[in-house]
Design a protein around this ligand. Structure first.
Ligand code: FES
Length: 177
């Protein structure tokens, strides 16, 4: 599927989670003993984010309600981990590692190149809603640096040429979400 408009950025009003997601929330929650359901936060936030595309305040509040905990407890987790998006993002989120080993082999130049190529700054989203650029700490693939993760897929040993190919592949739908 080709990217043609800014409809890729998920800004739709949150109207509650689907029945399927609510059933999965229950299943996850039931893995933990009574009173310890809070331990399900991270898995539930992943699920919430995969359904709504990002973690809106309303979405996080709904998770807090299901877990019977304070909303601030959910916000704390969601804002601590960079894999959670607390603002609307594009269809494809480039999370480029900026930690030492990646930086030593040029991740800063890769970040600059992506900014220039997509005409956005770190944290920004392209006008067509296709791409968001974020920087993150070590992705655990230092041996293949520089590395970026896009929607749970890793892209390693990056060069400017590879970035060009990657963007083209996502735009043309060769790499699926
Ligand atoms: S430092 Fe980049 S993956 Fe570890």
């Amino acid at each position: 599927m080709k990217i043609e408009s800014n409809s890729n950025q998920n800004t739709a009003e949150f109207k509650g989670f689907s029945k399927e997601t609510l059933a999965k929330f229950d299943e996850i929650k039931n893995h933990f003993p009574e009173g310890k359901e809070k331990s399900a936060i991270i898995r539930m936030l992943h699920l919430a984010q995969s359904e709504i595309g990002w973690l809106s305040t309303e979405g996080m509040d709904a998770v807090a309600k299901i877990l019977n905990i304070q909303t601030i407890e959910v916000y704390e987790v969601a804002t601590f981990y960079t894999m959670f998006h607390v603002n609307p993002v594009g269809k494809y989120v480039f999370e480029v590692c900026r930690t030492g080993p990646c930086m030593l082999v040029g991740s800063d130049k890769i970040i600059d190149y992506i900014q220039e190529k997509l005409n956005i700054k770190v944290g920004g989203t392209t006008a067509d809603g296709a791409f968001t650029l974020k920087t993150v700490e070590c992705l655990g693939a230092c041996g293949y640096a520089p590395v970026l993760q896009c929607n749970y897929k890793f892209h390693e040993n990056l060069t400017k040429e590879k970035v060009d190919e990657l963007i083209d592949a996502y735009r043309s739908g060769i790499i699926e979400n």
